[in-house]
Design a binder for this molecule. Structure first.
Ligand code: PNS
Length: 161
């Protein structure tokens, strides 16, 4: 595969996301991680913070580029000249939403296909929301997010550990 986009909110990036990034970077010559910057979502981290965290945790992956995008994913893909979108599937509960999204994207641009990677079993339960919920109450998030960003998550909730 030449190029692919792995889009998401990454608020914050989890070990599950990083696992999909690493595996996708082996499947595509060039992988763009697209960080959503839409005003309708109220993220914990600013788009700059999310982009910077992703850059830090993927700095060993030479074919991975981190970019932010606004508006529709299909428009971003068209601008970047990319036909393949990658999404991770954790469980059957993800399926309905992901299928609808991929079908909508194909209706909007029939050149674009979505490829689903199954999440590693180790991270099948994990989500950015779980990370935030655990961190908010001072729970241990070391098994959930890359080591480089642990303190930044706690800082958002003024938690000193
Ligand atoms: O990490 P997330 O929040 O599950 O990622 C969702 C994302 C960013 C892939 C999705 O919300 C998205 O593509 N948003 C951009 C707007 C768009 O193109 N929507 C698709 C039509 S349903």
């Amino acid at each position: 595969m030449k190029s692919a986009i792995y889009p998401g909110s990454f608020d914050p990036v989890t070990l599950g996301h990083l696992d999909i990034i690493r595996r996708s970077a082996q499947l595509a010559d060039h992988l763009i991680v697209g960080v959503l910057n839409n005003s309708t979502k109220k993220p914990l981290f600013s788009v700059e913070e999310r982009v910077n965290m992703l850059k830090e945790v993927t700095k060993d992956l030479e074919n991975v580029e981190i970019m932010s995008f606004q508006g529709l994913l299909v428009d971003f893909a068209r601008e970047q000249n990319v036909q393949v979108i990658i999404r991770g599937l954790r469980a059957v509960t993800d399926f309905e939403y992901e299928l609808a999204m991929s079908q909508t994207n194909r209706v909007a641009n029939s050149d674009i296909d979505t490829i689903f990677l199954n999440t590693s079993l180790k991270y099948a339960y994990l989500s950015s929301s779980i990370v935030k919920e655990m961190a908010m109450y001072g729970g241990d998030i070391r098994k959930f997010v890359p080591a480089q960003i642990i303190d930044r998550v706690y800082e958002k909730y003024n938690i000193i550990r």
